[in-house]
Every structure is written in structure tokens, then in C-alpha cells.
Write a protein that binds this ligand. Structure first.
Ligand code: PLP
Length: 391
């Protein structure tokens, strides 16, 4: 076998499989609407692109400091101070190749073989695969619809052992769209302090928040900045998925470890892209606000449509651009239902089991597509599901 033993535990992405199947049907002439996308359908706002092009033309084509240009790190510090009233200095920030790199360096820098890391179920899959790659053990805690997608503190408590090194929180969450309340987060913080745990807080959807929900960062609680690795980026809020830009914020002691791995892994993230990030944070926030408003309108429409469809029960997610309905009473698992929708309705959605065993009776739909397409998709889902026996 050519692959290393550690790669033996890493499967190919099942979301990719869904895309491939949808594309295959398209090549056969089927009209498929994809609600499987994990990225905004909007293009990057023009002022950000202009800043990147200007930077490239005026010589920002060289390596930068490993942690990134000071201007970007300063803009990130100002944002974190403005949004959360948490003080970071520029040495406590690393600009990364998307949040994906942040996840990799945060988990790899602190997990040894045999260490346990608490992760939500359902979760974004890197939180399973990167610990496994490091010989660490992902221990899941449930985030269920019945509990409003809040972290169940009692369950987390029960799962903490002497080997638990870290707890991962996704707030807001992909795939549930759930936003943790301040009260839930304060209890997680208490546990982290009591059991000396590191916290990895993935806040990549932190700007895509609806209604009166508030995105509160766990790093803000007393004593938590020192033990929290805060991850955020530009992909979702600024429609910059292809730019590959994110950041890690953490205390000096933690950031220095991650920076060693970052420097041997990617050296620094693309220079002109970093200037795009400066424009995103320091420039007008109107395009971002517009996108969030659009996502909210689409969420309102889709949640209502799904709740009016037989067998589906959908919470109103407080953030992100995903909805995560539960399937009940039509005799199908999420996998079967996703497959049925693809072939019968021509709508691609992601089976919830992709994100963990607690997603088995769910599917994830993305609102990151136009209202016209969403309307068509919801209509197709309704009629295809009506045909099913059940209830
Ligand atoms: C929860 C979560 N974290 C991190 C990422 C990675 O984002 P990036 O494009 O910044 O690498 C994603 C992307 O879907 C995500 O859903």
C-alpha cells in the first residue's frame, strides 16, 4: 500500500460524491438545482477585488512575515475589539490559508496521539479527520434539534476524561445553523476552566446572524482568551471562498506554537490576497450586510416551505446560510431522502449523516442560491415528497 497508515483513516469527502452525482445527471440532460453548496452565490464585492489588484500591480508580490502583513493583522485586531471587545495585539494573529488551515494548525499543534478532543455531532468534517490524522480521538457530544441545537452541557460534562485536551465549538454551526446562547457558552467556559481544556472556537459564520440572535465569542469570558483558539475568515461573510484567507487569534503562548507549524507548512498566505482582506475589514460593510439580509429572506422562505412539506420539521436557524430539517414519518433516512430528491425532484441536498451520526435523520440545504431557484427547488421538494407513502 502506498498511502501512510494515518491516511488509511481519512476517507474521500462524501459531499464531493453528491456533487459528482449531480453533475453526472446534468451531463445526461437532467435539470438539477443544487442546494448543496457551502459557499455564498454572490461574487466578492468589487472594492475588495480592486484592492487586491492594486496591491499586485504595485509590487505586493513577495513573501510577507509568516503571520501576515501588519495592516491585515491590525484590521483583524480592530474587528475583534469592535465586535467582541476582546483585546488582541498583532502578534497574537496569524493570517491563514482559509479557516481550513487554521483548523489544521490549531488541532495539530495541540493534539498528541491518545488525546481526546470533544467535538459536536453533527460537525464540519475536518474536526473529525484532522484529530484522527494526529492519532487523537474525536469524542462527540450531541447537538440536537430537540435541544434547539444548543450544546448539551450535561453530556459534555459526562464525556470529559483525564485525556480530554480540547473542546471544539462551531458557533454558528455548519450544518445546523444553530447559534449558541451566551448562557450556553458561559457554561462551556466554566467547564474549560475547571478541567483545564483548550477551546477551539470556529466563528466563520459569526457575521451571518439573523433576527435578534447575537454571536458572542467564548474568548470574551474572563480567563478564556488564554485558552481559546478563535478562528474566523473571509470566505463566508465577504463571499471570498476562492481567495483562501482566514485567521487565527490566540494568546501569545498558543499562537507561537501554531505559527511554527504555519511557517513550515505555507510560509505565509498570498500577499495580494491579504490586501484584499484589509479592504474587506476596513472598507464599507454594506455589501456584507446586504448579503446577510438576502440570506435571511431566503431562510425565511425555505423554512416555511419545508415546514409545509409532509414529513419535514425545520427549526429557524439563527445564522449561516444552511437549514437542517429533520425527516420524520416518511420512512426514509437522510441518505435515502437526499438520494430520492436528487433523482425524483432534481434537487441536490446533503444528507445529514455526512456530518455525523446525529445528522442521520436530517438533510442540509443551502440558501446560497437565488430566490427563483429556491422557489423552484422548494416546489419540486414539496411535490416529490407528497408522492411518498407515510404518515
Ligand atoms: C465550520 C466551517 N469551518 C471552516 C470552514 C472553512 O472555510 P475556509 O473557506 O475559510 O477554509 C468551513 C467551510 O465550509 C466551515 O463550514
Amino acid at each position: 500500500m502506498i498511502q501512510s497508515k494515518k491516511m488509511g483513516g481519512i476517507p474521500a469527502s462524501r459531499i464531493r460524491k453528491m456533487f459528482d452525482e449531480a453533475n453526472l445527471l446534468r451531463t445526461k440532460g437532467r435539470d438539477i438545482i443544487s442546494l448543496a453548496l457551502g459557499e455564498p452565490d454572490f461574487n466578492t464585492p468589487p472594492h475588495i477585488i480592486d484592492a487586491m489588484v492594486d496591491a499586485a500591480r504595485s509590487g505586493s508580490t513577495h513573501y510577507t512575515a509568516n503571520k501576515g502583513i501588519v495592516e491585515l493583522r491590525q484590521a483583524i485586531c480592530s474587528k475583534l475589539l469592535h465586535d467582541h471587545n476582546i483585546h488582541y495585539n498583532v502578534d497574537e494573529i496569524i493570517a491563514t490559508v482559509g479557516v481550513t488551515e487554521g483548523v489544521f494548525i490549531a488541532l495539530t499543534s495541540f493534539l498528541d496521539p491518545g488525546d481526546e478532543v470533544l467535538i459536536p455531532d453533527p460537525t464540519w468534517l475536518n474536526y473529525i479527520h484532522v484529530p484522527v490524522l494526529n492519532g487523537a480521538i474525536p469524542v462527540v457530544y450531541t447537538v440536537s434539534q430537540e435541544n434547539n441545537f444548543q450544546i448539551s452541557i450535561d453530556e459534555v460534562k459526562k464525556k470529559i476524561t483525564k485525556r480530554t485536551k480540547m473542546i471544539v465549538i462551531l458557533d454558528p454551526s455548519n450544518p445546523t445553523g444553530g447559534v449558541q446562547t451566551k448562557e450556553t457558552l458561559s457554561k462551556v467556559a466554566e467547564l474549560a476552566l475547571e478541567h483545564d481544556l483548550l477551546v477551539l472556537s470556529d466563528e466563520i459564520y459569526g457575521e451571518i446572524i439573523f433576527d435578534d440572535n447575537i454571536h458572542y465569542s467564548i474568548a470574551k469570558f474572563p480567563g478564556m482568551k488564554e485558552r481559546t483558539v478563535l478562528l474566523n475568515g473571509f470566505s463566508k461573510a465577504y463571499a471570498m471562498t476562492g481567495w483562501r484567507l482566514g485567521y487565527v487569534a490566540a494568546s501569545q503562548k498558543l499562537i507561537d506554537v501554531m505559527n511554527r507549524l504555519h511557517s513550515f507548512n505555507v510560509t505565509s498566505t498570498a500577499t495580494m490576497v491579504q490586501w484584499g482582506g484589509v479592504a474587506a475589514l476596513n472598507g464599507t460593510q454594506e455589501p456584507m450586510k446586504y448579503m446577510v439580509k438576502e440570506f435571511q429572506k431566503r431562510r425565511d422562505f425555505l423554512v416555511e416551505a419545508l415546514n409545509g412539506t409532509k414529513g419535514l420539521n425545520c427549526l429557524n436557524p439563527g445564522g449561516t446560510f444552511y437549514v437542517f430539517p429533520k425527516i420524520r414519518g416518511i420512512g426514509m433516512s437522510g441518505d435515502e431522502y437526499a438520494n430520492y430528491l436528487l433523482h425524483e425532484a432534481g434537487v441536490a441536498v446533503v444528507p445529514g449523516s455526512v456530518f455525523g451520526s446525529h445528522g442521520t435523520h436530517h438533510v442540509r440545504l443551502s440558501c446560497a442560491t437565488s430566490m427563483d431557484e429556491l422557489t423552484k427547488a422548494a416546489d419540486r421538494i414539496y411535490h416529490a415528497t407528497e408522492k411518498l407513502p407515510g404518515y
